[in-house]
Design a protein around this ligand. Sequence first.
Ligand code: SAH
Length: 386
Amino acid sequence: MSTSVNTVTTNRPFSSEEVIFPAKIDLLGMDYAGLVDFFAKMGEKPFRAGQVMKWIHQFGVSDFNDMTNLSKALRQKLMDSAVIRTPKIVSEQRSNDGTIKWLLEVDHHNCVEAVFIPEKSRGTLCISSQVGCALECSFCSTGQQGFNRNLENWEIVAQMWVANKALGCQPKEDRVISNVVFMGMGEPLLNVTHTFPAARILMDDHGYGLSKRRVTISTAGVVPAIDKIKAALDVSLAISLHAPNNELRNRLVPINQKYPLEVLMPALHRYVEGGYSKKHVTVEYVMLDQVNDRVEHAHQLVALLGDLACKVNLIPFNPFPNAPYQRSSNNAVHRFQDVLMAGGINCTVRKTRGDDIDAACGQLAGKVKDRTKRTLQTVNLDQLNG
Ligand code: SAH
């Protein structure tokens, strides 16, 4: 399949602004409220916030000189005090099926990946929230790579900025990226300080204007942060469940040892109940041959989910080098789906996309240099969850 892969390598340097004036305020990762505040401190009117956000996010502009509805004096003031940081695009790979993967350099040691998946009725961008991941889920390539650090607001938003620009910055009605999922590298709920403002920019009408149903935060089950989401922002939630009992989940998703199912499931119920609008949770379940894909597991899952407002997405396992698992057979997947449906649970099977460029779920490894291999035991999860 490798002959079908089209790799484009560019060498765009970091903006010289950033190198010369590292203390300047970054506007790419600033949400609307932050920008209103920023302009107020400059003695400027609040509507400037909306104007500048539109230039950055809707028109893909990173040079204040191109913001032609601002006076020259204001553009100069902005150049003196602020910067729009953008990452270096290390590579852009295009799959046979239209999937595109970007490798972005966020600092001189770290790269993250973002993936665009076009479908008939929508275009989904899968973005990363951390460099690597500390959770060590045994079926996930990112988890096997170790953890480097949390991404900052601008580094999360930059993935959308780059993808949107590469896809032509279409106006709202013709937009190519209609959905964003935090299902790339990292655990977004161990980085709420930066993922929440980034999600706000994605949903802001001055930003990318995505509907709250089309921005999904996916978590392995960081319970305290699940409770924080509801108060902080209105987005969709996906839970990477992957096992219907603690014994199995402890092995597949080790954070289950800290927040076991009897703690996680009530948190999911709290999330859907009394939300701003009618909510449900998407339950992700990776299908591992002979590990979690038996009929008895499906029955256990029906019992565990009970009356939770949810839909289940079965994900065929995507292999990576030295992976200790195999993909479940199609028969096993459909047998599992039948049991769930018979139990009254809406259940779909995810189509694997972009596997010829290692862009499928769980294959994002970032090809990052200088990683610090840390383990769940040595990373203080509460500290990370700033
Ligand atoms: N930490 C977050 C987000 C990143 S993982 C979380 O756990 O939800 C997002 C999803 O990638 C996981 O739910 C899982 O469904 C999927 N995934 C990880 N490794 C995979 C693999 N090897 N094959 C298929 N899906 C995988």
